[in-house]
Write a protein that binds this ligand. Structure first.
Ligand code: GRF
Length: 211
């Protein structure tokens, strides 16, 4: 059975969507860089081994990355899922796990990398927003996109309303992509995401700007 490790920093709702999806693999551990991450208790309650590596206890990013890599490798995972993990990982770490390291980002990349994506989307006036799952490469939020889910931006949306609409799609999209990977259908080939087999896709989404 394939094994996966989930990295979190906070609430852990994406982590829960993965744990509760009945994925064809075993979650070997949930690791947080913050001791106060609420997701740790949620994982522990499901019997998943949890660990905290507080980045503030390390002198350099490289030291933290090395300790994190060692903690992950202990579990010999086939797949590592960043789920609301809010630390930038260095090139060495990313290269070590490249091809088996995924992230979910709350925007339709390449639009709005970084943080505060929903505020960025509202400020830009886009009519369609969403989330992306991508392979992680050294470029921040810039790795090959695997799948995206789109939602409309509705008149009167504020950051919280838009974030909630996107989050609901994150909880569907991430387990779906993780399943493809664990089924051996998804890989990083020549710098692009490759998915084998039949995968139904949706139609167009037309979203007017209503004044
Ligand atoms: C999610 O929107 C994720 O895409 C982003 O941070 C948020 C984390 O939420 N990177 P949660 O911890 O998964 O609930």
């Amino acid at each position: 059975m394939k094994r996966y490790v989930i990295l979190i920093s906070g609430r852990g709702s994406n982590m829960l969507s993965l744990l509760d999806a009945g994925l064809p693999g075993a979650c070997a551990a949930v690791v947080s860089n913050r001791p106060d991450a609420a997701g740790l208790a949620l994982a522990a309650a499901r019997g998943i081994p949890v660990a905290t590596l507080d980045h503030r206890g390390f002198a350099t990013r490289e030291d933290f990355d090395a300790a994190l890599a060692a903690e992950i490798e202990r579990h010999a995972p086939d797949l590592v899922l960043l789920a609301g993990f809010m630390r930038i990982l260095g090139d060495g770490f990313v290269r070590r796990f490249q091809g088996r390291l995924l992230n979910i980002h709350p925007s339709l990349l390449p639009a709005f990398p970084g943080i505060k994506t929903h505020a960025q989307a509202l400020a830009a006036g886009v009519r369609v927003h969403g989330c992306s799952v991508h392979f992680v490469t050294p470029a921040l939020d810039g790795g090959p996109i695997i799948a995206q889910a789109a939602v409309p931006v509705q008149a009167g949306d504020d950051e919280a309303a838009l974030a909630a609409r996107v989050l609901a799609e994150e909880h569907v999209l991430y387990p779906r992509v993780a399943r493809w990977f664990l089924e051996g259908r998804l890989g990083l080939v020549d710098g692009r995401a490759r998915l084998a087999g039949e995968t139904p896709v949706g139609g167009a989404l037309h979203v007017p700007h209503i004044a």
